[in-house]
Each structure stands twice: as structure tokens, then as C-alpha cells.
Design a protein around this ligand. Sequence first.
Ligand SMILES: Nc1ncnc2c1ncn2[C@@H]1O[C@H](COP(=O)(O)OP(=O)(O)OP(=O)(O)O)[C@@H](O)[C@H]1O
Ligand SMILES: [Mg+2]
Length: 375
Amino acid sequence: MMQQFLLDNFRRYQARGIEAHRRGDHKTARTSLLKAAELLFKLAAGSQGELKRIRQEKAYKLLEMAKSIAAKPSPTPLREERLAPQGEEADEGRGERWIVTDVPEVSFDDVAGLEDVKAVIRKRVIYPFQHPEVARKYRKQAGGGVLLYGPPGTGKTLIAKAVASEVDAAFLSARCSDVMSKWVGDAERNIKGLFDAARQRPRAVLFMDETEALVPKRGGDSTVMNRVIPEFLTQLDGIQGRHSGLLVLGATNRPWDIDEAALRPGRFGELVYVGLPDLPARRAIVAAALKGIPMAGEVDIDSLAADAAGLSGADLVGLCELAKDGPYEREIKTGVPQELELEDVQAARASLRPSVSAAQLARYEDFRRGLRAAR
Ligand SMILES: Nc1ncnc2c1ncn2[C@@H]1O[C@H](COP(=O)(O)OP(=O)(O)OP(=O)(O)O)[C@@H](O)[C@H]1O
Ligand SMILES: [Mg+2]
């Protein structure tokens, strides 16, 4: 989606910058690297945790490099104030801003592991949409409510985006902080508008990120929440009977903060845990992140993945980003093609701590046990 578009562009400008620098075309090198830095700041604004920090740091490094390349003052001064970090949504208009019309460029194949999550989604939307007669025969309804929960950076948002390109359905997405409004009435209208827009399509996936912000347990003393929660629950109740082609996909990393009423069957009836990647998933994430990067013979993706137990998917992407800084910076400095060395990987691994703690994992385990006991 937006992130992927930014990432592709960032990579293009970065490669162009390095190439121009090698040719001795300082002007192109500088403008390309500045553009790459700007795109990376935008990417950082849309990322979380360790990945966000790494992207910001790298963007600042790119800025430094771009400046150091221009030994002579440039005849056309560059407007560097444009490079300040900005929120991605800063200049987006209000209204239907949460509605994503273009299908994100992420597919199930880009999501490593998470086979049980993919299976639930196939059962709920892909099969019924692909084989409507069979679904009718067995009285299987498409859609409903599915809540993905788990620690940060494990691919919840990623898989939701992948759903959009896997199913032949409209994809609407909202972060709950976008829907919420300090103006009483607006938030309810936003929610209703979102569900109305989804219901206008024969098949739709409505993705609600940060679900805990929309239906929090302790919403009782706030007037806004006193109106928002019932509105949301009413809309959610409506999806099963009236409109069987709508999948409401929620995501949260604080499932215990969600009002229990929202987790009742018929609402978010299915809860799916999205946990830390296992070895094959870690391997796939690392392989994708280092795809196309020239590597010295001693760098071994299998052992890198094996040593990375406890890291989230986002941590792994961050680890690879850090490691790539080694050859990248050497190449900028020397102008000679470089390779990713074992030391680059080791240095990156040493400076990165897992973003999910054992205590946090234990809390998810408790929550899962509680669910099993309740059902
Ligand atoms: N299973 C995975 N397969 C491939 N990439 C992954 C996976 N998990 C995480 N990533 C990488 O980490 C990034 C962040 O993941 P994502 O935004 O989906 O996490 P999240 O679970 O939604 O986190 P949060 O709970 O903080 O919102 C992704 O864009 C992707 O690069
Ligand atoms: Mg997310």
C-alpha cells in the first residue's frame, strides 16, 4: 500500500544516489539521497517500535551523507525544510480518508508463517467468495468478525493488507484513532459512514486497526465512549444476518483492554493469536529483507534466523536494515561495490534488543488460557 509505494521509491532513489555518486555526478547523487531521506522519514512516520527508530536514524544518516557529498555549494539551493519528519496523514483531507481504494501490494506470500491466521481468512472470505454455491449448500456464511491479537510487529497489519489483494473484495481500512473524534457525534457518524460504505459493496473487508481504542473496557465514564461503543456494537451485530459479504477484521495488541461485549459470538466471534515468528518464518522474513543484497560467502541466512529467536518480524526487518548500513556506507565512502559481511550482521545483532519481553509474552499466554477456559 502506501508503505510499499514509499519503500519502493525510497529504494529507487537510494540506488540512483549511490550510482550517481560512483559516476561522480554529485548533483544527482545529492538530490537522490535527499529524496531517499525524505521518503525514509515518511516511512518511519508510518512504522512502529524498533523499525521506526532505525528508519529515522538511517534517514538522518542519509541527510548527512547527501550534505557531505556536496563539497561545493549547489547553484540551486535545496529546500531542506521539506525534509522535516512529517506525519503521513498530516496533509490528508478529512472525510473518507480511511477508505483505501487501491489494493495494497502485499500478498499472502509476503507474510511469513501465520498459517492459522491465513486458514481462518481463507475459510471466512476467500472460499465463500470463490465458491458461493458450495458455501450456500453447506450454509456457510462469508464474513463476520475476526480479531487478530498479539505482540507488536508480528504482522497483524501486514496480513490485513494482504487479505485485500487475496480476495476479490473492496478493502476499507480505518485506524481507530482516525475514527475517534473529540467532537461528540462525529465519531459515531464516522463509524456509521464506514460501515455504510462497506455495505454498499457486494463484498468487502473492513479492517479496523487498534481495535482496543474503539471499544475499551474502561470507556464507561466518557461521554464519547458511551455513544461510540454501542454504535460500534450495533453495526457489528448487523453484519452477520443482513450482509454476509462483509468481513470485519480487527487488530490489537491489547486484547485485555477490549470491552468483553465486543468479543461475544456474532461480533468478533473469532479471535486469532498472531505470535512471534518461528524459525521458518524468521528465515523467510530475513531472506526477503536481504533479497538482492550482495553477500559475502560467510553470511548465512539460516544461522542468522536461528540466532534470532525472540525477535518479532518488525525486529528482523530492522536487524536487516541495520546490517545493510555497513556495506551501504562503505560503498558511499569508497565508491566501490561492497558486500554484506558477517561483521555487519553481528554488529547489527549486538545492537538490537527484542522489542517484545518475556513478561509481555506471558501476558498473551494468560489471555489465551482465559479464552480457552471461557469457551
Ligand atoms: N509474519 C511476517 N512476515 C513478513 N514480514 C513481517 C511479519 N511480521 C512482521 N513483519 C514485518 O514487520 C513490519 C511490521 O509489521 P506489522 O505492522 O504488520 O505489525 P503489527 O503486528 O501490526 O504490529 P502492531 O501491533 O504494533 O500494530 C511489516 O511491515 C513487515 O515488514
Ligand atoms: Mg499494526
